[in-house]
Design a protein around this ligand. Structure first.
Ligand SMILES: [Zn+2]
Length: 406
């Protein structure tokens, strides 16, 4: 078994599920435990400046072995797994020489990774694939990224004749709950550019993501006994429904793809007296993103005019498209693309329909495109990762480092 696989199989055994309802940093203590184990391993393989801060961020340096000045490059991955599915007692299974058929993950519970539901698995016929046992997620998102980065660093330490600049590595907690960049110390990290290894299938290279906002709406109704309600009752739930009906139906997640943005109703909690609604608003294009927010404001204004100022709207931006921050340094994308091409990996460049830590970091001053780890079907029991894709990710990291030395 190759080193990257051994590492990966070891890491997924640690439960590191993050918790959006927790106010602590990191959100769960077992992430901190995992950080310590990773930190120890980084010291053992010979990285310098290994640190684990009280927030659970792990950082380390591979010092340059060249006289020539080259950019300082960072590689970043996250330690937590999604709270969408249990990451406890992960019991990975290796399917050797995959034959293209359905994979029975769990005979007892009749859980099957279907090649009809997930046809892209047929790209891996003849390869070895790591799956779950059907009861948990796998945690390739993003422990594959961690295993790949560490394995690449170990390779460079074991082969000191290979020239490289200074490399920084960083592992963050709580990415899955949107807090991965919160306490990332950019100054301490001190890289010129970085790459997150948090993408999906082999070839993925991403440097565009959504602009994102959350809209919270509070509607104050008037509750009166229904028997004597005439001309007095204001049913806030019905006004909420009216508001929703004024938003474009075709601009919902279930009807959009690629560069199409959306309004997504994620919460509706109502009584006659009071209704609270939450939308998330997404668009890659800043102009269209602003128009979406404006449109919602106008709808609320109109309803306030009709019903007399009973709706309060609060829109808060969450993150922005990193493209704007990457474009001035677009060569970092070109280098990643070139690295893949030299390794005969076909680059797949698509806009992310979500956010990444890299997007936040890009806005904090560290331009940070996202690279594949090789995994599929993140956040659920059908998550899997082909072994060769992890090995290719290690090669890609090494190739990127090499290209920066030229
Ligand atoms: Zn991830």
């Amino acid at each position: 078994m190759s080193k990257v696989v051994n590492r990966f199989l070891k890491y997924v055994k640690f439960e590191t599920t993050s918790d959006e309802n927790s106010a602590t940093v990191p959100s769960t203590t077992n992430q901190l435990e995992f950080a310590k184990i990773i930190g120890k391993e980084l010291e053992e393989i010979g990285l310098t400046d290994v640190s684990i801060d009280e927030n659970g961020y792990v950082m380390a340096t591979l010092p340059s072995n060249m006289d020539k000045q080259v950019p300082i490059i960072g590689f970043i991955a996250h330690m937590d797994t999604s709270p969408d599915m249990s990451g406890k007692d992960v019991n990975p299974k290796i399917v050797e020489n995959y034959n293209g058929e359905d994979i029975v993950l769990n005979e007892e519970k009749n859980i099957v990774l279907s090649s009809t539901d997930f046809p892209e698995i047929k790209n891996y016929i003849g390869k070895d694939i790591i799956t779950t046992d059907g009861t948990t997620l796998l945690g390739a998102d993003d422990k594959a990224g961690i295993a790949e980065i560490i394995t690449a660093m170990e390779f460079l330490i074991d082969n000191p004749d290979i020239p490289h600049g200074t490399i920084k590595i960083g592992f963050t907690p709580d990415e899955e709950i949107g807090r991965g960049a919160n306490y990332f110390d950019i100054e301490k990290f001190n890289a010129d550019y970085a790459y997150t290894l948090d993408g999906g299938p082999i070839g993925e290279l991403e440097y565009e993501n959504f602009n994102a906002a959350t809209a919270r709406i509070s509607i104050q109704g008037t509750n009166i006994h229904p028997g004597t309600a005439k001309n007095m009752m204001v049913n806030s739930m019905l006004i909420g429904m009216e508001l929703n009906s004024m938003l474009p139906v075709n601009e919902r997640p279930e009807y959009t793809e690629n560069y199409e943005g959306f309004y997504h109703l994620v919460g509706y909690n109502g009584s006659v007296e009071n209704t609270e609604m939450t939308y998330i608003i997404r668009d890659h294009d800043m102009g269209k993103f602003n128009i979406k927010k404006e449109n919602l404001k106008k709808i609320v204004e109109f309803l306030n005019y009709r019903y007399g100022d009973i709706i309060v709207l609060n829109i808060e931006d969450s993150y922005y498209n990193m493209k704007e921050k990457i474009l001035p340094f677009i060569e970092i994308v070109h280098i990643a693309k070139k690295a893949m091409e030299e390794l005969e990996i076909e680059p797949i460049i698509n806009p992310i329909r979500g956010g990444t830590d890299g997007a936040r970091l890009s806005y904090m001053g560290l331009p940070c495109p996202n690279l594949f780890t090789g995994g599929h079907n993140y956040h659920g029991k059908f998550e899997y990762i082909p072994i060769f894709a992890m090995e290719k990710a290690v090669d890609m990291i090494l190739k990127i480092i090499e290209l920066y030395t030229l």
